[in-house]
Design a protein around this ligand. Sequence first.
Ligand code: ACO
Length: 439
Amino acid sequence: MTNKSEIKVTFGNRGYVAPVIVGTEGEHAVDIRKLRAETGFITYDEGYGNTGSCESAITFIDGEKGILRYRGYPIEELAERSNFIESSYLVIYGELPTPRELEEFRNRILLNAGIHEALRTMVAGFPMTAHPMAGLSAMLNALGCYYPELSSNNRKQDLENFDRTTTVLISKVRALAAMGYRYRNGLPVTYPKRGYSYCENFLHMMFSYPGEDSQIHPDVAKALDTLLLLHIDHEQNCSTSTVRMVGSGGANLFASVSAGVCALWGPMHGGANQAVIEMLTEISESGDDGTKFVERAKAGEVRLMGFGHRVYKNYDPRAKILHAQCMKIFDAIGVEDPLLKIAHRLEDIALNDAYFKSRNLYPNVDFYSGIILRALGIPVNMFPVIFAMGRMPGWIAQWKEMAERPGGRIYRPRQVYVGERERRFVPLMERVAAPSANA
Ligand code: ACO
């Protein structure tokens, strides 16, 4: 390192002076954008654990200390004093809204809840057994077809219409999630009611029966609201990077978030909340109290789902808040879940075990979110859908930041090729099968 603002690296007889970028929280990054042009070398970073793909002013995480802030505000304070819609506004527009801005934002979300009748027939075209995440991704992309003026793939036009697209997406992701559930359960589609909060309306749209008033427990709506708030953004995770990657090619917001849903679905990412419940159920049904499962995880046979994180090497602050929320909701609605006992036991064993301690494996956001969602009556295969609803404002904010960046380039990593060197084409009749390994 030559000084605080640049780093000199030598490649054979060629030197490269890399400027150092320093973030507002003092994080240092080596700028290697001209490395290949000047030296012929690229960097190799499978899984991007050391790669900063962008500068971002949205979310700050200090994984060593267990800190998470949206636009500078600590997550603990937002969870305590804000709500999902207000924090969504903050994440998207950078500042907390004034009362008038918040009212207007809420109204636009409420007014955009309607779903085109043709989209309803599309939902009915899915097999009843289809996973809700497959349906959600397809429906979000299809939704763009009903708003050609908002999904033009003309960057200037898509940005001019950004405010409208934002409220269409935040409103309709909720409507599509609820509509899929109603369809799978043979129930008619329900529309939101004026006067209900975002989460009260979601519960109403999911669970109300025709002709009956909805019975929405305020603690249930509050628990869901906090859960969504905690999921709004988490810097350059797998699905958010996907949204920025798809958008960097010029794709509109509908297409970009639809891809985000697919990226989120996997069990190592947003599908982990579903995987946690499946794991706890398996442990419970096998008569294990968690001890045997932890041994299998240490032997590398299984992973302890809901544990570990690429960035957090400390307790995930969202998991702490959700755990407290989890205890509160069980008290409030007076239910007991045997899986909670197993979760506590697993956490105890893992936090005191050398394998987990040495690898800094702590519960992440998904460890308790599934137990809360189960208590709220959400079916297990919809857990990642709830995650997607929560993450939607974050994806939108990240897409906007990417799209507005002057001179922003298409995301296009390089690779180290390890395949065959150049070879001659062999005509079909001259090809002989390669000897098999067991021959
Ligand atoms: N259970 C047991 N061992 C684990 C776990 C786990 N959940 N997670 C990591 N490890 C071990 C690995 O086997 C590895 O051990 P080794 O050094 O002996 O090879 C070490 O810890 C480091 O693990 P990596 O896989 O290199 O960590 P990475 O940062 O790539 O993965 C991830 C992070 C995907 C979250 C991982 O911890 C995991 O699979 N966790 C379970 C799934 C999960 O809960 N995902 C949700 C994450 S939060 C979110 O996306 C919203």
